[in-house]
Design a protein around this ligand. Structure first.
Ligand SMILES: [Fe+2]
Length: 391
């Protein structure tokens, strides 16, 4: 329930530019942000897919010099960020260009933190050493439609020593510009389109139903849910369906905005803690496998909002009770996950005997706090067991 007597805030520090072919605006964007020698942060997969080449063509045609840092790994860790920051300083770069999915953008955000604050990214976990200055100018060029990192105020970093993923962030870490060109998304393999798309849907559903929700974030979350329902199957089925790519890119960005400066809920408490313990499990696939089971547990905390989710997904539930409609919404999300080929948590390598440990880790994750229904270790175990036995 929205507490209308509580003061809430929403910040949007990022300029969003979007359109098919909008990559051509990059030289002007760099000039507007006073970046003359960017560090281009990306990963080997982006190079192999020929996406870096597309960007390099635009930069070279405009005679813009840059340095490539392509050591980004999935679930970027402290060493990846610290090494990038070292290269940024050694090269004398004056801005950051992140090309990739959430991992590249989060790495670039981390490099921006060190470039302006010094030290190592391990010092800046949210709630410990606060950020005091806006990071180095950062342009985000997302190549997936999922994390929404191009507009979020968070960077998720893996700490192998503690076996956790932790957040660095707040409004000072947001990219300066998100340049969203769906033409950069067409080479995404279908399983990545599926996983990242389910991640976007989860951000929207979790933030819409979270204790942190407010009308400003509800509005963007609902449209993101609608776009995922309408376009994710098409984007997975036909990689060059540009209309589907465009709207999934919008969905990811809008869902990222629905995060605001807050956090998500139980799905992300589970998957973020899971990622710290089992870093090889892809975030999007894990989110896709757990979203409907968590909704099945959560709907009772926000019945009317879960009815509205079913409506946003195109289900005809107007004359149904909140309970019936909410459960139809849960089925709609499970149906979407099944249609786009999301693997089960068993297929993702989670063993039944690991469930108590994973449930405990989820309970300790800070994203648990916003969840619409009270959730503790026992409840997380129940959700994990339901997902394990019903897919
Ligand atoms: Fe996510």
């Amino acid at each position: 329930m929205l507490d209308i007597h509580q003061t809430k805030s929403f910040e949007m520090p990022t300029k969003v530019m979007t359109g098919v072919g909008s990559l051509k605006e990059l030289p002007q964007v760099l000039e507007d942000e006073n970046i003359s020698y960017p560090l281009l942060v990306t990963d080997e997969g982006i190079i192999e897919a020929g996406i870096l080449e597309k960007v390099e063509r635009v930069l070279t045609a405009a005679s813009i010099d840059y340095h490539v840092y392509s050591e980004v790994i999935a679930n970027p860790d402290i060493a990846t960020v610290d090494r990038g920051a070292e290269i940024f300083a050694d090269q004398g770069c004056d801005g950051l260009l992140a090309l990739g999915g959430g991992s590249s953008i989060d790495t670039a955000k981390g490099i921006g933190v060190i470039a302006t604050h010094g030290g190592s990214i391990k010092e800046y976990e949210f709630g410990k050493k606060p950020l005091t200055k806006r990071i180095t100018p950062l342009i985000a060029l997302p190549t997936t439609a999922g994390t929404g990192s191009e507009v979020t105020m968070w960077s998720v970093i893996t700490d192998h020593e503690r076996q956790v993923k932790y957040n660095v962030g707040g409004p000072l870490i947001a990219p300066y510009v998100a340049l969203i060109d769906p033409e950069l998304h067409v080479s995404m393999p279908s399983h990545i389109t599926a996983g990242t798309g389910m991640d976007a849907l989860a951000h929207a559903i979790e933030c819409y139903t979270s204790h942190y929700a407010q009308p400003m974030t509800d509005s963007v979350a609902l449209l993101a849910i609608e776009y995922c329902g309408k376009y994710l199957r098409r984007a997975v089925a036909n990689s060059i369906d540009m209309e589907a790519r465009f709207y999934m890119a919008q969905a990811a960005m809008l869902a990222g905005l629905s995060y605001g400066s807050e956090s998500a809920g139980a799905v992300h408490a589970m998957t973020q803690s899971l990622g710290g313990i089992k870093p090889d499990v892809p975030h999007g696939a894990a989110v896709g496998a757990l979203l409907a089971p968590v909704m099945r547990y959560n709907w009772m905390g926000q019945p009317a909002k879960f009815k509205r989710i079913a409506q946003a997904l195109g289900e005809n539930v107007w004359d149904l009770t909140d309970k019936k409609a909410a459960l139809i919404g849960v089925e709609a999300v499970q149906g979407l996950a099944d249609d786009v080929g999301i693997p089960s948590i068993k297929e993702l390598g989670i063993k039944e005997e690991e469930i108590p440990l994973l449930a405990k880790a989820a309970e300790d994750d800070p994203q648990t706090i916003g969840n619409p229904r009270d959730v503790n270790r026992e409840a997380y175990e129940e959700i994990y067991r339901y997902a394990y036995n019903n897919s």
